[in-house]
Ligand binder design. Sequence first.
Ligand SMILES: NC(=O)c1ccc[n+]([C@@H]2O[C@H](COP(=O)([O-])OP(=O)(O)OC[C@H]3O[C@@H](n4cnc5c(N)ncnc54)[C@H](O)[C@@H]3O)[C@@H](O)[C@H]2O)c1
Length: 361
Amino acid sequence: MERVRTALVGCGKVGRIHAQALASLAESDFVAVCDVELERASALATQYDVAAFDDVGLMLALSNVEALCVATPHPLHAGPALLAAEAGAHVLIEKPLAASLPDCDAMLQAARQHQIKLGVISQRRWYEPVRRMKAAIDAGKIGRPVLGAFTMYSWREPSYYQSDPWRGRWDTEGGGVLVNQSPHMLDLLEWLMDDEVAQVSGYWANLNHPSVEVEDSAVAILRFRNGGLGSIVSSLAQKPGIYTKVHIHGSNGASVGVETDRGATFIAGMSSISEPPLNDLWTIPGEEGCLTRFQAEDRARFAGVDAVNYYHALQIQDFLRAILEDRPPLVTGDDGRRVVALFQAIYQSNREGRSIKLLEE
Ligand SMILES: NC(=O)c1ccc[n+]([C@@H]2O[C@H](COP(=O)([O-])OP(=O)(O)OC[C@H]3O[C@@H](n4cnc5c(N)ncnc54)[C@H](O)[C@@H]3O)[C@@H](O)[C@H]2O)c1
């Protein structure tokens, strides 16, 4: 089988999940890892018998890398991505695509210029209940998606913010719950609504984490390009965490929904996923009785997989196959930019006390 020469930059918590996938996927010829802290790179390099670097430019030049996974802190995604694009390597970036829109635009421009594929991680798109919702929506079973709600009541201990020096600060993290935990569900909301957000009003606050400067909670109301409406409640201020859900309601009155996370959302490298993602709402005419069966199937499947690694591996595999088949990956750089535009619009709306237009109508 044809394989892609792969490498990783950022050998921290989520980097280890990428390394495991790159070492095990049949589409990957895993060749090198890089971290500014060389001992982190060396530890992973020893584990997987690949080369270790503390300079991404050098790694790209010496290891003939064809695809690079980027798992550095958010404001440091663009630097390695631009170097990779210039070297002709495809780039798969951890969420969010970047902390700022100028970083997103620089990466998208470089991807076009150097004709490389740019993807962004959103592994919850591979959750079976999410895929089931998408299939039902694409089949027209709820009519047109017209109302979407993303609700997260989660929790982070103060020790979480202390675990790495870049966390909890505007300059080194780029924001709080909107930038770090929400991108997964902002992506799901736009993907499942099958539409782009046109206008946003939002607020954010730090409700329950006085030791950090960024927001731990945000709310927003949305209008989509095709006239649909949406709402966001995203918070890390509930102890214990309660749930994370995305619900989509259709023009024929039917609704589908998923609880992506029970309790607090998991922390890569620090906690596991202990409860399965499940559909929690399904009122499609003729399928009202299916919810119990869907939940039983998904509980059974969940028991057989290591969920923290499994869904990342599925997305990384899709990205490598996109390279080999010369097609777009399921989650593109443009999808990643839409998420960054949305959370930046919520910040701007709060700052300027007005609603923000994302699209000219
Ligand atoms: N998809 C998910 O579920 C998920 C989960 C956790 C984290 N993430 C994302 O992954 C990224 C990293 O998060 P983390 O929790 O692994 O952080 P981390 O701090 O554990 O790891 C980041 C690593 O990057 C290294 N690094 C920093 N700057 C670098 C540079 N310029 N060149 C090379 N290496 C550099 C650091 O030394 C560190 O080892 C973030 O974007 C985060 O949002 C995604």
